[in-house]
Write a protein that binds this ligand. Structure first.
Ligand code: SAM
Length: 356
């Protein structure tokens, strides 16, 4: 009832999509034989949507799509993945500075409902890709991690986004936290299956209450991801088990927006001045999305004297329009809507910059 009011004529399509099979993306593990894995996925007709979207954007901007530059030499367009990060650093537009390099994710194109087979371990036991809702990479891309950054993932388990953050190869240190000890253990197991020991040494996994982070480590991080607990709408329409809309969890559900504001606020306090924070949910609810952002910004200003700038991410909508169906009417941030031809999301994400 709530969403039919919020989305009007869009709601029947969103609803039927939520009730239909979700699409996945295969996040390539750069710590495996990524070229071989990519080639195998291409044989299934999957494409790296991040790479393809950026290529299309370059083409629109009038750059030659025929050749890419690697160091001093030019390489043919079809030569594979290792050039991606170099190419991205050379993109002339604002896009080059706004997308974390090195993240590769394969999806089937719009309307293609094929499934990925489960990833197989290589000779060393490392898995070649991680299956996840491809829209859940958008908050990570929006975080735009830069080389040498100190990064905090405040609500990290089970770890899909943590894994994506590590694929950037940019984190000098990554703090991955989740209040649930059992879910943090799951995060630990995910990292063990994908990340070599020397890389995971730079990851600190904790099980603290993220709401306290501002007091524990204020003004510290260059980048903070606040991927909060929410009504997990897709899960909630399909699963009876532990459903957040059950009578038993009513109080918890009513308190969610408050918890979300507190977590976002803690993320803003943990960021150093000039640092970036991305807030994300997998809910369609305006109350859990834009209203939470507005309230956290207000409290940061009135109670902590911290100015926060909500950044424009509308270029994400343009860049990734061939892969996802975006809601056109978000006042703050961006929202991926489930759609039968592109059944990803829901995923809301909004980037905030803590001012000096
Ligand atoms: N970022 C994760 C990923 O990509 O796999 C998903 C995070 S999930 C949407 C939200 C998480 O927040 C849950 O694992 C939950 O245990 C955690 N959480 C709930 N309350 C929290 C709190 N006060 N502090 C830290 N984490 C919390």
């Amino acid at each position: 009832m709530n969403y039919s009011v919020q989305f009007g004529s869009l709601w029947p399509s969103i609803r039927v999509s939520l009730l239909s099979e979700q699409k996945y993306g295969a996040l390539i593990n750069n710590f495996s034989d990524a070229d071989r894995v990519s080639r195998e996925l291409e044989l299934l007709n999957a494409v790296d949507f991040i790479y393809e979207s950026q290529k299309a954007a370059r083409h629109m901007q009038g750059d030659s799509p025929v050749e890419r530059v690697r160091g001093e030499e030019t390489v043919p367009q079809e030569t594979h993945r290792e050039q991606l990060s170099v190419e991205q650093t050379q993109m002339p537009s604002s896009l080059s500075t706004s997308i974390s390099p090195n993240i590769k994710c394969y999806t089937f194109s719009k309307g293609d409902v094929s499934r990925f087979p489960p990833a197989r371990p290589d000779a060393l036991g490392t898995l070649g890709y991680y299956l996840l809702d491809a829209a859940s990479l958008l908050p990570v891309l929006a975080l735009n991690v830069q080389p040498g950054d100190l990064v905090l993932d405040l609500c990290a388990a089970p770890g899909g986004k943590t894994l994506a953050l590590l694929q950037t190869g940019c984190c000098r240190h990554l703090a991955a936290n989740d209040i649930s000890a059992s879910r943090s253990n799951r995060l630990h197991r995910v990292l063990c299956s994908y990340i070599p020991k020397d890389i995971s040494a730079d990851v600190r996994i904790t099980s603290w209450d993220g709401r306290k982070w501002g007091e524990l480590e204020g003004d510290t991080y260059n980048r903070v991801l606040v991927d909060v607990p929410c009504t997990t709408d897709r899960h909630s329409v399909m699963e009876e088990d532990n459903n957040i809309f059950s009578q038993m969890r009513m109080k918890e559900r009513q308190m969610l927006p408050m918890l979300q504001v507190q977590l976002l606020l803690a993320g803003l306090l943990a960021a150093r001045p000039g640092g970036e924070v991305v807030y994300s949910t997998c809910s369609l609810s305006q109350l859990q999305n834009e209203y939470v952002v507005e309230r956290a910004v207000e409290v940061a200003e009135t109670e902590y004297n911290i100015n926060v700038h909500v950044e424009d991410l509308s270029y994400f909508r343009r860049l990734f329009q061939d892969t996802f169906s975006f809601f056109a009417d978000c006042r703050l941030g961006e929202l991926v809507l489930p759609h039968l031809t592109a059944n990803f999301g829901p995923m809301y994400f909004c980037r905030l910059r803590r001012e000096q």
